[in-house]
Write a protein that binds this ligand. Structure first.
Ligand code: HSE
Length: 423
């Protein structure tokens, strides 16, 4: 029997994912040894509070000194602190010391991934970040290696577990938005600042990371058109269901006319669409490649062990010398502002439901045909009357002009909602 090669992990951060990693390494150490010939162990683990209870974590490994992790004879530094600083400085110090690095830090990658990857390449060390997007789903590996022979046409995904959890609970349990968000926070999916989830920034960071790999160049986060899910009500989710649709937060990147258009937005998806049946905190990505056609990846996109699974896959790959250095070229990927026509669901809060006639006329004057229209009278004084429309296909520019015209009619009693009927 051949002897296993020892491989030492220096761990920065022992929160939800860090503790998951310790648990998974302890649980599957023998399995990993059998599969890869690598025997994993931890050298030191950076924490903020030495006294805090961390079941299953050897207290003797804990330190509050980052250098005791980074410069303590480990083979790979795993950064699970999160956020921009001090995570960025930790990673830079590790790379300067020619340590391989694994991180789950999507915010840092979206902000500085290119510089960190370049530094790793120039130091001739590996930089793994599989856990940064869709946690347990090996989508980064799929794009980097499994699908490397394809020209990618589009990526369409549910990339934020918190939004998907909220929209699932609203649809299945009739739970109001704020209560569903509170549940997601209780389950540990939501960001420390949940506005990053519900306003679409977390999904935009992940979409940028995937798109840079798929199209092999740099993409500015500001080129992602972002729309959050805060204005979606139980009534919207219910109306969508009656029309045969599910409301989902969708992240979409598509190559068209020599450029990539990127957006994160809530949309009504037909129930038969593969993303419509993605539930709870699950994530999914539909990839279209010129050779492979359509592929669908689905699984747990957040949480302790699913994230740890992705971190561990990077560690074992690096330890087994299975990875080639990840590169993103310095060229900027051309961005396309494709304005494709879509059918839309529109809801306007109004004082008088008879406003339906005036709003229909305004939409039609801008060339937006109305397929269905409904007026809903408020039943109690705490409710608001609404008028709702499903339009024929129209471009975003046309819709913008029509919505601004409706806003000037003096009929609206709050914010309107306008959602695509497609991913
Ligand atoms: N807040 C993130 C989400 C965590 O809800 O998807 C995983 O990246």
């Amino acid at each position: 029997m051949s002897t296993a090669r020892h491989y030492k992990i220096g761990l920065l951060g022992c929160g939800t994912v860090g503790q998951g990693l310790v648990e998974l390494v302890n649980r599957n150490r023998g399995l990993i040894r059998e599969r890869s010939g690598i025997e994993l162990s931890f050298t030191k683990i950076l924490v903020r509070d030495l006294a805090k209870k961390r079941p299953g974590v050897d207290r003797n490994l804990l330190t509050i000194q980052p250098d005791h992790v980074i410069n303590n004879g480990c083979d790979v530094v795993v950064e699970l602190v999160g956020g921009l600083e001090p995570a960025r400085s930790f990673i830079q110090r590790a790379l300067s010391g020619r340590k391989h690095v694994v991180t789950a830090n999507k915010a840092l990658l979206a902000a500085d991934g290119f510089a960190l990857l370049n530094k790793a390449v120039s130091q001739r060390v590996q930089f793994g970040f599989e856990a940064s997007v869709c946690a347990g789903i090996p989508i980064i590996r799929a794009l980097q290696s499994g699908l490397v022979g394809n020209s990618i046409r589009s990526l369409t995904g549910i990339l934020n577990g918190t939004c998907n959890y909220i929209l699932t609970r609203m649809a299945d349990a009739g739970m109001p938005f704020v209560d569903a968000l509170r549940e997601a926070q209780g389950k540990g999916f939501a960001e420390a600042d949940p506005t990053l989830d519900v306003d679409g920034y977390d999904a935009a960071q992940k979409l940028k990371i995937l798109a840079e790999i798929a199209w092999g160049g740099r993409i500015a986060l500001e080129t992602v058109q972002i729309e959050g899910i805060r204005n979606i009500t139980l009534d919207d989710v219910d109306s969508a269901r009656k029309l045969g649709y599910a409301v989902k937060q969708v992240a979409h990147a598509e190559f068209n006319d020599g450029g990539v258009s990127l957006s994160v937005h809530p949309a009504l998806l037909p129930m038969a669409h593969p993303l419509a049946s993605v539930r709870d905190e699950n994530n999914a990505v539909q990839v279209k490649g010129d050779a492979v056609g359509e592929m669908f990846f689905h699984g747990k996109g957040a949480g302790s062990l699913p994230s740890a699974s992705a971190v561990l896959s990077d560690i074992v790959d690096i330890a087994s010398h299975k990875r080639s250095l990840t590169r993103i070229s310095a060229r900027a990927v051309p961005v396309a502002g494709a304005d494709l026509p879509y059918q839309r669901y529109l809801r306007f809060p109004v004082g008088e439901p008879s406003a339906i006639g005036k709003i229909t006329s305004a939409l039609e004057r801008q060339g937006i045909g109305v397929d269905r229209a409904a007026a809903i009278w408020a039943k109690t004084s705490s409710e608001q009357s609404q008028v709702k429309f499903v339009t024929q296909s129209c471009q975003a520019d046309t819709l913008r002009a029509a919505l601004s015209m409706v806003s000037t009619l003096g009929l609206l009693q709050g914010d309107y909602v306008a959602l695509r009927l497609a991913a």
